[in-house]
Design a protein around this ligand. Structure first.
Ligand code: ATP
Ligand code: MG
Length: 361
């Protein structure tokens, strides 16, 4: 038995938490092969159920009896203390970007959709998660309204398989919770559903997962940072001064002591309107300067200014993302995606990975 053959074999075994194979899910911490003995140390979160552990044990030892007959097999699951960082719920996702705002209706969902597709156009593997319980914007914007995701059993546990739209996996909490149900959910119950939802989706291997948040700083935001390590946040604002004041509050939540999610930058949306017949004019309908001011306040970058486009509004309503259908918006959103990705790379080179927020209660 060689190391390569062993890894190849482990690549055929399903990871109980992500539905990926064990190698892709980054579960192999150490392997040793000597004197007809195979030793494997896995890296799992400490809470892995013992029933699942024994099923996994069974699957691996039975498989190895065939592919490596005569070898003694020694498996160690979970190694609390060591590799804390590796025991993420979503080890197959390299970066998580949260798109947030203070005020509602400033364009978070629009930016999330077009940013995700823009990042995909750069050649990255991208997924999109809609964490807004109250408005099914993402399903509408991607033409997925009324669709239901499939459920797959992994070691006897039901997991949700994201839908696909325009070549990216998409999951919306609106696919599993009806809007009428959502309005009565409060505080802890909401947090519980959100947490389960984050943990029970079977995401593929991704460079970036873009998460579209509801406005403000509520339970969803807190549950998110407690459940997954958010690599960075992008704050969306309009140029208007009142929007900036609210956006500061939203951004402050990410910077709070103990949360410490870096701000990757600011997107100013609805910056101006240029009518087709007056291409040299910029009508600053919502005022001016908000994005730059907000970026200055947090010593971060203004990643882009997105003008008002009639096509952005209409394409959102029709489920055909603007970046894919309207060349005048394509340039703007692709530039935004490049800036955001650059900022993400700088963040990863200069700062340690984000850790999940630990609760003391
Ligand atoms: N640059 C733009 N040009 C034209 N219309 C836009 C632009 N950005 C957003 N819109 C439109 O504004 C409305 C609100 O946008 P969106 O739903 O993306 O905001 P949001 O911040 O996600 O809202 P919510 O807080 O409700 O989640 C939508 O109808 C969208 O199509
Ligand atoms: Mg929205």
């Amino acid at each position: 038995m060689t190391r390569e053959a062993l890894l190849q074999f482990l690549g055929t075994i399903t990871d109980p938490l992500t539905g990926q194979n064990l190698v892709l899910a980054n579960r192999i911490q150490n392997i040793q092969i000597e004197n007809r003995r195979i030793g494997i140390i896995f890296s799992f979160p400490p809470k892995l159920e013992s029933r699942i552990k024994s099923e996994l044990h069974e699957a691996i030892s039975t498989g190895l009896m065939e592919s490596a007959p005569g070898y003694e097999v020694d498996l160690h699951f979970g190694n609390p203390g060591a590799g804390e960082k590796k025991s993420s719920n979503l080890p197959q996702i390299r970066n998580i970007i949260a798109v947030a705002s203070g005020k509602g209706g400033v364009g978070k969902s629009t930016i999330s959709v077009n940013l995700a597709l823009g990042l995909k156009n750069l050649g990255l593997k991208v997924g999109l998660l809609d964490a807004d319980l109250y408005g099914p914007s993402i399903p509408i914007m991607l033409g997925l309204k009324g669709k239901r995701p499939q459920v797959r059993q992994v070691y006897g546990v039901s997991k949700i398989v994201p839908l696909e739209a325009h070549g990216i996996p998409v999951m919306s909490i609106g696919f599993v919770v009806e809007p009428e149900q959502a309005v009565v959910l409060r505080g802890p119950r909401l947090a519980g559903i959100m947490k389960q939802f984050l943990e029970d989706c079977l995401w593929p291997d991704l460079d970036v997962l873009v998460i579209d948040l509801p406005p403000g700083t509520g339970d969803i935001q807190l549950t998110l940072v407690q459940t997954v390590p958010v690599t960075g946040a992008i704050i969306v604002t309009t140029p208007q001064q009142v929007a900036v004041a609210d956006a500061v509050k939203a951004a402050n939540m990410f910077r709070m002591q103990g949360i410490e999610v870096p701000i990757l930058g600011v997107v100013e949306n609805m910056s101006w309107f240029t009518p087709a017949e007056l291409p040299d004019h910029q009508y600053e309908i919502f005022g001016k300067g908000g994005g730059r001011q907000l970026a200055g306040h947090f010593q971060t970058q203004l990643l882009g200014q997105i003008p008002l486009f009639m096509s952005v509004r209409s394409s959102g309503d029709e489920g055909k993302p603007a970046i894919l259908h309207h060349p005048e918006t394509q340039t703007v959103f692709e530039k935004l995606a490049r800036q955001a990705y650059e900022s993400l790379q700088i963040r990863n080179e200069t700062m340690p990975p984000t850790e999940k927020v630990r609760m003391n209660k």
